[in-house]
Design a protein around this ligand. Structure first.
Ligand code: AVJ
Length: 319
């Protein structure tokens, strides 16, 4: 059997149908809102990689610091023979885990992007000739069906991406993950932490304007995929801290009254001057909240690590 397999559980046209449904629903509601998963076309993924290198965007560096420091402990605590990575993207930070997990036999990266999966697998297969890589093209916010790889499994969901889900979606997601796990398996979860408002807002509204370009790239996705005529220059990038919900919201704010025509949906969407479209929430967590959400999904929190500055946390939970 080849050490590389690629399985598609996502129908070829699923993404298009999902996008249409999300745009129809999201632009009809008040306030207007779209889910952040639509940022990540080729250009959006590039812009996100650029964000992770910005001086203001600390989460990637903070999480890498924890992984570099704690990969050995994680490996010892889990003894994983399979590593499942949800939303693996470029799999860059995963190297720490792959290097530390000495008994690892299988790596299962899960992502909606086939190109990201192929790119990540290529380097790995060369470096780790004994490793089976079973890449899964799937949307981790939906049902995921894992290949029958050896246990125990470590399921990693890194980057703080869980913060992009709304509370009810997080509960559903954690329940789905719990359902993938057998006794002895573990979840490694990355969460960005509540901190000073200024630091948070700057991380999502950087001086170089990369996050603004990332946010506005959503309009390019809508133009290409659905024939939308929204002009990025007619919108401002906005990042605000919601202190009640404890999340950052990114929005696109119309600079003037305008209409957006979306040809493929036969839709005309009016914006008042100053009206905002929510494009992302990025929730920030406290240890108590993470414990509560894990427990509510039937997962037992067993370890909690932060970077030295206490900005970001990795949790380990068992099934
Ligand atoms: C990688 C999805 C967790 O919410 O911080 C970065 C995405 N958005 N800058 C985040 C993002 C704006 C990022 N996640």
């Amino acid at each position: 059997m080849s050490p590389f397999q690629l399985t598609r559980t996502l129908p070829e046209d699923a993404t298009g149908a999902d996008l249409r449904a999300d745009v129809r629903r999201g632009l009809a509601r008040t306030p207007k809102a779209l889910p952040p998963k639509w940022f990540y076309d080729g250009r959006g993924s590039e812009l996100f990689e650029e964000i992770t290198r910005l001086p203001e965007y600390y989460p990637t560096r903070a999480e890498r610091e924890i992984l570099a420091e704690r990969a050995g402990e994680i490996a010892a605590a889990t003894g994983a023979r399979t590593l499942v990575e949800l939303g693996s993207g470029s799999s860059e930070k995963t190297r720490f885990l792959l290097d530390a997990l000495t008994g690892l036999r299988s790596y299962v990266p899960v992502d909606v992007s086939e190109s990201a999966l192929r790119g990540a697998a290529e380097g790995l297969l060369a470096e780790r000739p004994g490793l089976d890589v079973h890449a899964l093209i799937a949307d981790f916010t939906r049902e995921v069906e894992l290949p029958g790889t050896p246990g125990p499994r470590l399921v990693a969901f890194l980057g703080g991406t869980i913060g992009n889900l709304l509370p009810a979606e997080r509960a559903a997601f954690l329940g789905m993950v719990r359902g993938l796990m057998s006794p002895g398996d573990a979840l490694l979860l990355g969460t960005d932490l509540v901190k000073d408002e200024e630091v948070l807002v700057r991380a999502y509204d950087d001086a170089a304007g990369v996050t603004a370009a990332f946010n506005k790239n959503l309009l390019s996705v809508l133009a290409r995929e659905l024939g939308s005529d929204a002009d990025p220059d007619d919108f401002d990038h906005v990042a605000v801290w919601d202190r009640e919900q404890e999340w950052i919201e990114m929005r696109l704010r119309a600079r003037k009254a305008l209409t957006v025509k979306i040809r493929e949906l036969d839709l005309v969407v009016p914006f008042e001057a100053g009206e905002e479209l929510r494009t992302e929430v990025s929730a920030k967590f406290r240890q108590e909240g993470v414990r509560r959400e894990l427990a509510a999904a039937g997962l037992e929190p067993v370890r909690w690590w932060t970077d030295a500055a206490g900005r970001f946390a990795l949790s380990l939970a068992t099934a």
